[in-house]
Design a protein around this ligand. Structure first.
Ligand code: 13P
Length: 254
């Protein structure tokens, strides 16, 4: 059975002190209120990985993730962070291919295939993001684009490697806009992604992969979004910065 995951993408927000307070609050609420077996991930800025990881300690429900890693092994790449470094710090997850990285840092499918490879090589779980911008959806080409994003970055993997990947479908028009995809739109695209994986690999492989929805998930819409058969949780931006709101989102699946 695939895992249920609610990951908070903190993006480039919070001071160290604020980050610690947020983590502490969520940890407390999760301990007191969350009953089901949902995996919670705090995807924090690089400088906070170790302090937040230490704070989380050996909590079995909550893990810490990075928001990116380099496609290179090591060397003269000023300002970059390698998968090996994340591994050496005991960080299990890394977001790859977020639309903000694609848009502002020119990341494309070819680069992301390399990042996925190096993350897997170092035993990290990539949370691989895909999703279409508004103009693509308006032209009704979203299915084609998302399938292509998945193919470019993941279809070179063998099935054992693919099964280690988590996919996040994040329609760009829903990110940070307050305009969420409807539960039906999310379910439709998740089913398309899963069928596409099944066509390349097989149904049991596709059925084992967690596919998260991201884009203006909040406490009010999470339950409906997560109720869909192919939606295995969420990748949450803005609402993950507020402890009560994020906990309610976790409870919507747990
Ligand atoms: P929002 O939840 O703020 O729309 O951001 C979604 C996102 O980009 C998560 O990676």
């Amino acid at each position: 059975m695939r895992k249920k995951i609610v990951a908070g993408n903190w993006k480039m927000n919070k001071t160290l002190e604020e980050a610690g307070a947020l983590a502490a609050e969520v940890m407390g609420m999760v301990a007191d209120e969350v009953k089901g077996n949902v995996r919670v991930v705090f995807c924090v800025p690089f400088p906070y990985l170790l302090p937040i990881k230490n704070q989380v300690g050996n909590n079995t429900r909550i893990a810490v993730g990075a928001q990116n890693c380099s496609e290179h092994e090591a060397g003269a790449y000023t300002g970059e962070v390698s998968a090996a470094m994340l591994r050496s710090m005991g960080i299990p997850y890394v977001i790859l291919g977020h639309s903000e990285r694609r848009q502002y840092f020119g990341e494309d499918g070819k680069l992301l295939a390399k990042k996925v490879d190096i993350a897997l090589k170092y035993g990290l779980t990539p949370i691989f993001c895909c999703g279409e911008p508004l103009d693509v959806r308006e032209k009704n080409e979203h299915e084609k684009l998302v399938k292509q994003q998945v193919e470019e970055a993941l279809f070179h993997l063998d099935s054992a490697s693919l099964e280690k990947v988590v996919i996040a479908y994040e329609p760009v028009w829903a990110i940070g806009t307050g305009k969420t995809a409807s539960a039906q739109q999310a379910q439709d695209m998740h089913a398309i992604i899963r069928r596409h994986l099944a066509s390349k690999y097989d149904k049991s492989v596709a059925d084992n992969i967690s596919i998260l929805y991201g884009g203006s998930v909040n406490a009010a819409n999470a339950k409906e979004l997560f109720a869909s058969a192919d939606v295995d949780g969420g990748l949450v931006g803005g609402a993950s910065l507020k402890s009560r709101e994020f906990t309610e989102i976790i409870k919507a699946i747990g």
